[in-house]
Ligand binder design. Structure first.
Ligand code: GLU
Length: 305
């Protein structure tokens, strides 16, 4: 009876793809703990009204979760502590580059290796001399923190060899984070990143099976590395296929995929929407664990907001 979670970002209304992901996570908990986490570190894109709407939609869909809801924006300090640990271990460097600096450097070099998220960072600030770095930091120039990938992989594998992770529909997978290059672990504007926050939270919340769409499978390679560096417990993963529209494109908020709230307003019932999301037969009985009262939706009154 594992602990699973559904972790939406409140950057828009939930659509059928989210319903599929949430129901999938719930089903994988199989009577264990099912957690809800709101991934709202990006204050430039997340909005409280989408947070509230997500809870309402999930509740309407028939889902019940184990309180409290965790909101990442309440836990920025824990991400900072982990970042400081990685910095103290000599695995990070500050990156002062703007997007334009990076594009200019790639154009100058003529090419850059492609990683899963686009061109790999060309390493400009990695090569910065210590004095310039110190002066720029003293001046308060905005900077991100990047993981020095070569060093990080060397550190993580020196004792026990190559890292692997267990993916429930793929079996054992060799972790190959190096193809991402020096990833950003703390953005200039938000002091953390998706990779760092999600890895820490899954560990802090005792998540045993990380379920999410297969579009995030590449990110798992980075998360496995971070777990090794931060000495965190290693869960299993289960990446599900994505729901697509009639043209075969995956549903996305930005393309105006039909929101659950719209389907509801059109008169569809929750069982009908669950069936559209691929879970017509799911058993939604769930007794939240006794650690918190079941005050849904919109709970989080256990001091976690
Ligand atoms: N917050 C992410 C999203 O909405 C999902 C993160 C995860 O499940 O690891 O795409």
């Amino acid at each position: 009876m594992p602990t699973t979670r559904f972790a939406p970002s409140p950057t828009g209304l939930l659509h059928l793809g989210h319903a599929h992901s949430a129901l999938f996570a719930f089903q994988q908990a199989k009577g264990g703990r099912f957690l809800l986490r709101i991934e709202d570190i990006d204050h430039t894109r997340c909005r409280p009204e989408f947070d509230a709407a997500a809870l309402e939609d999930l509740h309407w869909l028939g889902l019940r979760w184990d309180p409290p809801v965790r909101r990442q924006s309440n836990h920025l300090d824990s991400y900072t502590i982990a970042l400081q640990q990685l910095e103290a271990d000599g695995l990070l460097y500050p990156c002062f580059c703007t997007r334009r600096d990076i594009e200019a450097e790639i154009a100058r070099a003529g090419s850059a290796p492609q990683g899963p998220d686009g061109p790999v960072y060309p390493g400009v600030c990695r090569a910065l001399d210590a004095t310039t770095r110190a002066v720029w930091r003293q001046e308060g120039r905005p900077h991100a923190w990047r993981l020095a990938m070569d060093r990080a992989v060397a550190r993580a594998t020196q004792a026990a060899g190559p890292l692997r992770f267990y993916e429930r529909s793929r079996g054992w997978v060799l972790a190959e984070p190096a193809v991402f290059g020096d990833v950003v672990l703390a953005r200039k504007d938000i002091r953390t990143s998706y990779h760092l926050a999600v890895t820490l939270d899954d560990a802090l919340q005792g998540v045993e099976v990380v379920t999410r769409g297969e579009d995030l499978l590449p990110a798992t390679h980075i998360h496995r590395l971070l777990q090794a560096l931060l000495k965190l417990p290693v869960p299993e993963w289960h990446h599900h296929g994505l729901i697509r529209d009639q043209t075969g494109r995956r549903l996305a908020k930005r393309d105006g995929a039909r929101a659950l709230a719209d389907l509801r307003a059109q008169g569809l019932t929750a069982p009908e929407v669950r069936a559209l999301a691929g879970f017509g037969e799911i058993d939604l009985n769930h007794s939240p664990s006794p650690s918190g009262a079941a005050q849904q939706p919109g709970d989080d009154s256990g001091g976690d907001r």
